[in-house]
Design a protein around this ligand. Structure first.
Ligand SMILES: C[S@@+](CC[C@H](N)C(=O)[O-])C[C@H]1O[C@@H](n2cnc3c(N)ncnc32)[C@H](O)[C@@H]1O
Length: 205
């Protein structure tokens, strides 16, 4: 089977050719992520990795959250999100970047990733991702992750993906992390097709 490459040009093309409401991962309200973030009790210093054109950041800003960073490989997605969140520019920082080369001035208290880690198909890139996470997540910080669950297809947006479960993630995170919860969510795509996501929440010791 032919798979395209996870690249900036791939995502720029996707985002320039489609309204966000039609994207296969669109959520009118990012309920699961919001619930998990609220549960941590933390109200600032949050990064959304591979935010795309998510509605999550806007919801957090509306709820009074502060110091939110969103990064994405796609310049188009970041540009559009920046425009739509212009009124909140003093509380949100959005920039184009590959998570593998991300540089932050300050550590974060929540590292949120919905449907991004699963596109990193080499062990080398996965290791780099977890190094970045360990580097930039504060002690007692939270890692909230959503990937396709094990009984899902191994493709998304024309790209090959890898599914994860909490045991595999914990193994890669190392001893400094503990699992708080993990569960499946049945997600309905705008096309009406179903996908199962695995939501996981970890805490750094
Ligand atoms: C399936 S979309 C999910 C978007 C968003 N998290 C959401 O839930 O609506 C995957 C996103 O990951 C971004 N992405 C893929 N690889 C990335 C990387 N290495 N660094 C940063 N973003 C990446 C893509 O540009 C795309 O916006």
């Amino acid at each position: 089977m032919f798979f395209r490459k996870n690249s900036k040009s791939h995502w720029d093309k996707i985002y320039s050719g489609c309204n966000r409401e039609n994207l296969g991962w669109y959520e009118k309200e990012a309920k699961e992520s919001l619930n998990l973030i609220v549960e941590t009790g933390i109200k600032k210093n949050i990064i959304d990795i591979g935010c795309g054109k998510t509605t999550l950041i806007e919801s957090l800003l509306e709820m009074g959250y502060d110091n939110i960073t969103g990064i994405d490989l796609s310049e188009i997605a970041i540009g559009d999100l920046k425009e739509s969140l212009a009124e909140y520019c003093d509380r949100v920082n959005l920039f184009q970047c590959d998570v593998l080369s991300l540089k932050l001035d300050e550590k974060v208290d929540i590292w949120h990733d919905r449907a991004v880690l699963h596109f990193l198909n080499s062990e080398k890139d996965e290791n780099l991702y977890f190094d970045q996470l360990r580097r930039y997540l504060n002690e007692a910080g939270y890692f909230i992750l959503a990937t396709f669950s094990k009984d899902n297809k191994n493709r998304c947006s024309g790209l090959k993906i890898r599914t994860w479960d909490e045991c595999e993630v914990l193994e890669r995170l190392g001893n400094n992390f503990k699992l708080l919860k993990a569960y499946d969510q049945n997600y309905t795509m705008p096309s009406g097709d179903g996908r199962k996501f695995r939501y996981m929440m970890f805490k750094k010791n």
